[in-house]
Design a protein around this ligand. Structure first.
Ligand SMILES: [Zn+2]
Length: 258
């Protein structure tokens, strides 16, 4: 028990000098087995949490229907893609929007221009300078943009609410400026926003974006950044000379946002 009972030759230093076997280390197999057990436990935990998330928040799965009222999540781009590619899915999403709209007669598509199952949007949650023709995906994306981007940006930057949006139209049988292919406007898949009016009658125009120190600039930047989630392609006022006075919102393409 006391120090007098210890055998000096049993100390580690003595063992090292005499070539005796050092204290046993955990075999590699045991270490790997332990890591495997920990990894399995973490995987089970993650799976359980994901299952709970799917149950508690069905809107987080891309398989759920799209609702205009839902706050954007990581599943929103996939569901917007489904709205662009699956007409019935898009119509269900459109039914959740606060839009005043009505169906319009088809215009046979000829030479890249025409209307097929388009609708006329009379107004959204805020008034519009005029009604516009839109595909279902464009109408859904516009409603979500107004609710989740434009309105929050107005509150955050100006501390006010939106009153109306001014646009210069969606449907026009023409080519993209300077190119030979048809524009998104040739099939009413895009709309051009030029100005926004707020509750206190303050209006800003896209053409007057100003310098980076102004609230107008910050507001329009917030619009650009938020719109990127909903529109493909999105072309802002700094895209080229043809877009200097408006923002081009399209919801029919598959190209990446610039
Ligand atoms: Zn345009």
């Amino acid at each position: 028990m006391g120090t007098g009972d210890e055998n000096p030759e049993a100390t580690p230093a003595r063992l090292a000098t005499t070539g005796a076997v050092p204290p046993a280390q955990p075999p590699l197999a045991i270490v790997l087995a332990s890591l495997h057990t920990v990894g399995t436990a973490l995987a089970l935990l993650a799976t359980t949490q994901l299952d709970r998330l799917r149950t508690a928040c069905p809107s987080h799965t891309p398989l759920a229907d799209l609702s205009v009222t839902e706050w954007p999540s990581f599943a929103t781009p996939q569901r917007l893609w489904r709205a662009r590619t699956q007409p019935a899915y898009c119509r269900r999403a459109l039914a959740t929007a606060r839009l005043r709209l009505h169906a319009v007669a088809n215009v046979p598509v000829n030479d890249g221009c025409g209307l097929k199952n388009e609708i006329r949007v009379e107004r959204g949650a805020v008034s519009l300078s005029s009604s516009f023709l839109a595909t279902c995906p464009l109408a859904v994306a516009s409603a979500m943009f107004e609710r989740h981007v434009a309105a929050p940006a107005a509150r955050k930057v100006f501390g006010t609410t939106l009153r109306s949006m001014k646009h210069v139209g969606s449907y026009a049988c023409r080519n993209t400026a300077g190119r030979v292919q048809r524009s998104d406007h040739a099939t009413a898949q895009a709309d051009d926003l030029t100005a926004i009016t707020f509750a206190d009658s303050w209006r800003i125009r896209v053409a007057n974006i100003g310098n980076s120190n102004t609230e107008d600039f910050r507001f329009l930047c917030a619009m650009h950044d938020g719109a990127d989630r909903y529109f493909i392609p999105l072309r802002g006022s700094d895209y080229n000379r043809q877009h200097a006075d408006h923002i081009h919102f399209a919801a029919g393409g598959f190209m990446a946002c610039r």
